[in-house]
Design a protein around this ligand. Structure first.
Ligand SMILES: C[S@@+](CC[C@H](N)C(=O)[O-])C[C@H]1O[C@@H](n2cnc3c(N)ncnc32)[C@H](O)[C@@H]1O
Length: 252
């Protein structure tokens, strides 16, 4: 199922109130138009295959460090927590937690910390709901409870034990990546490269190539492929494609 809810269409629209040339990063322009479009189990990643891949790839590793850059309102890292637990079970998933998640947007990070996520309006909300049911094999209430929102729509509240598996912080990927170093690291930077300037993209890919060592993995989103040169930059900086689409491994 392919959902056309993404920054792409917003990027096509020329904002009337700003001159993009006055900004050093595309973030301010796109962020004004649609700051955090995301949804549970975003369908540009084969979540189940990704979890099985992680299990196999790190089978001889006791601890794996997962970073989730541009985590938005928390939907993405919570999706990963639910996927790992549903696909691998508690014991095999433990080494992947906690997930270190960050986003540039202070308001979104504050929201993510509460574990309360409201569904998008209309059809998107229905898809969120159905995905939560099916992708957790109807085990959704192990992870969350459904909640009517103040404005009338439906949303969820993640259970405390799921919330504890993710640490949320405010952070810019360009500065964060400088301090992330080591082996056995998974770095999700999905659907965010188009917010960066070309110079920032080059810097990010170079730093990922330099700092992530043996066994490390980088994950992109569909809009990084269609709206940026992220894939090309990763391949240039020591990563290679894997059998899971949009998942790249550090070459040793
Ligand atoms: C389209 S959402 C993607 C959310 C999620 N990763 C996904 O794929 O569904 C883009 C997010 O990138 C964040 N972002 C943009 N530029 C960033 C930067 N330089 N550092 C960290 N986060 C950034 C925005 O605040 C926004 O929440």
């Amino acid at each position: 199922m392919n959902i056309t809810l993404n920054p792409h269409s917003y990027m096509q629209a020329k904002p009337k109130h700003v001159n993009p040339a006055t900004f050093t990063s595309n973030y301010q322009t796109i962020g004004k138009l649609r700051p955090h479009c995301t949804y549970f189990f975003r369908d540009d990643l084969e979540w189940g295959s990704f979890a099985r891949y992680l299990n196999l790839h790190f089978k001889n590793t006791d601890k794996v460090n997962i970073y989730n850059a541009a985590c938005s309102d928390g939907t993405e890292p919570f999706t990963l927590v639910m996927t790992l637990l549903t696909t691998l079970g508690k014991e095999k998933s433990e080494k992947f937690f906690p997930i270190e998640a960050f986003d540039l947007n202070t308001r979104l990070v504050k929201k993510a910390k509460t574990g309360e996520i409201h569904f998008l309006p209309g059809l998107y909300g229905v898809i969120d709901f159905l995905n939560l049911k099916f992708r957790t094999l109807f085990g959704d209430t192990r992870f969350l409870s459904y909640k009517k929102q103040k404005h009338g729509g439906l949303g969820v509240k993640m259970n405390d034990d799921v919330r504890r598996m993710v640490n949320f912080r405010v952070g810019n990927v360009i500065s964060k990546v400088r301090n992330i170093e080591g082996e056995n690291t998974v770095f999700l930077c999905r659907n965010m490269w188009m917010y960066l300037t070309e110079a920032e993209r080059i810097k990010l890919a170079e730093k990922l190539g330099q700092n992530l060592k043996k066994n490390s993995v980088v994950v992109l989103g569909q809009y990084d492929l269609s709206n940026s040169n992220a894939r090309k930059l990763l391949l240039k900086n020591g990563f290679e494609e894997t059998y899971v689409d949009k998942v790249y491994e550090k070459m040793v």
